[in-house]
Design a protein. Structure first.
Length: 328
């Protein structure tokens, strides 16, 4: 994980910042175990195994930290991960509160590189803009280098902001918080965060989103949910993309879904094609249902604040919520 390689330190760039990074990026890892569990673990972190058990492979992922770093104990790695993730979770909570106050639905799109996330977004934006009541959309793009994807999104007319992570392999909540303030997504709109292409590290980081949406293309192989279980366990929805290519591939959609549900029985699944639009109706229904829920929640919150204004006792209780917002 990131705490092993220290990826991205000092490398992050957010559009508009010039050559100076917006802040110092910290290496990250996965929340795996308590520090006490790690301290009680044996120092050995390499185990021979064939698959889950047997001979024929080396497993560096055993132990409470779920990772291995030369010269570092399991307890040290767990402590680093806990400290970093706790800070990230604080920023994520600020983001979530900021979004809720505006009734904005935020979705974190995650996948391996080349799954079709950007093409999916381009078609989704076009579909939302063509509705009788167009839905305002804003996009945060995450890549190690270039602003190609942000340019593709801006060509649709939707505002987009590019975050380049340098050596970093995922976005974190602080990056997204800065981007949200710059973009200022309209109240009641949808904010898409297209994460860096990676099926490992983004799984550990809450960005303040309403849901993670994992995109798996049919060109990747059925076994991805079992190879990268943390991502599929963290997701609320799996989009099986590029189904227009199925006649040309040896890919079993049902087996992929079976593997994904083995990891996460609550995972919802939609098969679609960002190229042809097949399956898009189900995807848009899923998205609009959640947008409606975000707007209703905001309306109920505002109604509660109005009621409190007429009740001095209740108003005193709700004052912190009324003044809440994102922290620096």
């Amino acid at each position: 994980m990131c705490n092993v390689c220290g990826c991205g330190s000092g490398e992050t760039r957010i559009e508009g910042e010039g050559a100076k990074p917006a802040y110092r990026w910290a290496p990250v890892g996965c929340r795996q175990a308590t520090r006490a569990q790690a301290e009680a673990a044996p120092p050995a972190s390499v185990h021979a195994a064939g698959g889950e058990a047997g001979e024929g492979s080396l497993h560096f992922g055993h132990g409470p930290a779920g990772a291995h770093a030369p010269g570092m104990s399991q307890a040290q790695m767990v402590k680093i991960e806990q400290d970093i993730l706790a800070k990230n979770d604080g920023f994520a909570a600020d983001n979530r509160r900021w979004l809720a106050e505006r009734g904005v639905l935020a979705l974190n799109l995650v996948s391996s590189p080349g799954s079709g996330k950007t093409s999916l977004l381009v078609r989704t934006i076009a579909a939302l803009q063509s509705l009788p009541q167009p839905v305002p959309v804003s996009v945060v793009e995450g890549d190690q280098r270039t602003s190609f994807d942000a340019e593709r999104i801006r060509a649709t007319g939707a505002p987009a902001l590019q975050i380049n992570t340098g050596k970093g392999c995922h976005l974190d909540a602080r990056m997204v918080g800065i981007a949200m303030e710059r973009l200022a997504p309209p109240e009641g709109g949808v904010l898409f965060v297209e994460n860096v292409g990676n099926l490992v590290c983004p799984a550990a980081f809450d960005l303040g989103e309403a849901a993670k949406v994992v995109v798996l293309s049919v060109t990747e192989g059925e076994d991805k949910p079992l190879k990268y279980p943390d991502m599929f366990a963290a997701a609320s929805l799996m989009l099986v993309n590029k189904i227009d290519l199925l006649p040309h591939l040896n890919f079993d959609v049902n087996k992929t879904i079976e593997f994904a549900l083995r990891v996460n029985p609550r995972l919802q699944v939609i098969s679609l094609s960002a190229s042809t639009g097949e399956g898009f109706e189900a995807w848009l229904d899923w998205l609009l249902t959640r947008r409606k829920a975000a707007r209703i929640a905001r309306a109920e919150r505002l109604a509660g604040l109005r009621d409190a204004a007429a009740d001095p006792v209740a108003e005193a209780d709700l004052e912190p919520a009324a003044n809440g917002g994102r922290a620096g």
